[in-house]
Design a protein around this ligand. Structure first.
Ligand SMILES: C[S@@+](CC[C@H](N)C(=O)[O-])C[C@H]1O[C@@H](n2cnc3c(N)ncnc32)[C@H](O)[C@@H]1O
Length: 272
């Protein structure tokens, strides 16, 4: 099955893992879906929409850009401006310096830098557009338009993850997908907010208390296994992109999916 794509390139994005993650959202009937660490939203854009949907990230420029894409007037203007852009090193340098005054200029700058910087990293962005590989400006509008459809009637917030997990719901069944920055992160430079040891512990504490169903992606290591001792572990093996790999090939990694519900494991992963 072909999965819909989000509008961004995103460091740590899970697009390449979707076929492994799909059983985790198909197993749980839910009328509300939350993603507290949405980033580029690979899972959010790929899965069928629930009755109520809520995406969140602490990166305020990313969230302003999602909101601009969701708004029919602003997204029209954004597509129009981006359609006139060229992907050059000179323009990239200008965009980095461009003062932002409002939602539209924030979204314009963010989207341009996301598309033309190394690995889509907008935190201290470095020129990374490749004529032969990168999506050209002429294609950006189509991606934004598709994303606008996917974002209709979605709640979009810029909060710390804890508030999104702990919020009460009036719906019957809530499913939460969490994709926090890795514990043994080679992604430190990738995000605007650092996620420290205390944050990993805080996340586990909130998840231990939640009455909602959740599935959580993490890098596989002893610390995380101990932190989530007692939950269900599925070990996945896939190829992923990381922010500062020296060689440009995809790296093969082991990742855990941790849940508070069970799925039939099939043969895509090992159940631990
Ligand atoms: C691994 S990325 C998510 C990637 C996403 N699943 C995708 O497919 O593109 C982790 C995200 O967590 C966000 N983040 C970091 N600290 C956070 C916090 N305290 N609360 C909410 N989001 C946070 C980062 O800004 C980043 O976008």
């Amino acid at each position: 099955m072909a999965f819909s794509k989000g509008p961004f390139r995103y460091p740590g994005g899970k697009f390449y893992a979707l076929k492994y993650l799909e059983p985790f959202w198909l197993t749980v009937l839910h009328d509300e879906y939350r993603e507290p660490f949405v980033g580029g939203g690979s899972v959010f854009f790929a899965k069928p929409k629930a009755k109520f949907n809520w995406i969140n990230d602490i990166d305020s420029d990313l969230i302003t850009t999602y909101r601009a894409i969701q708004d029919p007037v602003l997204s029209g203007k954004l597509i129009n401006f981006l359609g006139k852009e060229t992907a050059t090193k000179k323009r990239h340098a200008e965009m980095k310096q461009m003062p932002v005054r409002d939602k539209l200029s924030t979204a314009l700058r963010y989207y341009y830098l996301n598309r033309t910087s190394y690995s889509g990293i907008t935190n201290k962005p470095a020129w990374g557009y490749r004529e032969d590989k990168s999506s050209p400006p002429a294609n950006w509008g189509k991606r934004i338009l598709e994303a606008r459809g996917g974002l209709q009637e979605t709640k979009i917030t810029c909060l710390d993850f804890e508030r999104v997990i702990s919020a009460e719901s009036t719906n019957t069944s809530v499913l939460i997908y969490l994709d926090p920055p890795y514990y043994q992160a080679d992604q430190k430079r990738a995000y605007t907010h650092s996620f420290l040891g205390g944050d990993h512990i805080r996340l586990a504490k909130v998840l231990k208390k939640t009455k909602f169903k959740f599935f959580l992606s993490y890098d596989d290591n002893q610390f995380i296994r101990q932190l989530y001792n007692g939950f269900n572990f599925y070990r996945l093996k896939w190829f992923y992109n990381t922010a500062n790999l020296k060689n440009k090939k995809r790296n093969q990694g082991h990742e855990l999916v941790i849940t508070n519900y069970r799925i039939g494991s099939g043969n895509l992963f090992e159940t631990l």
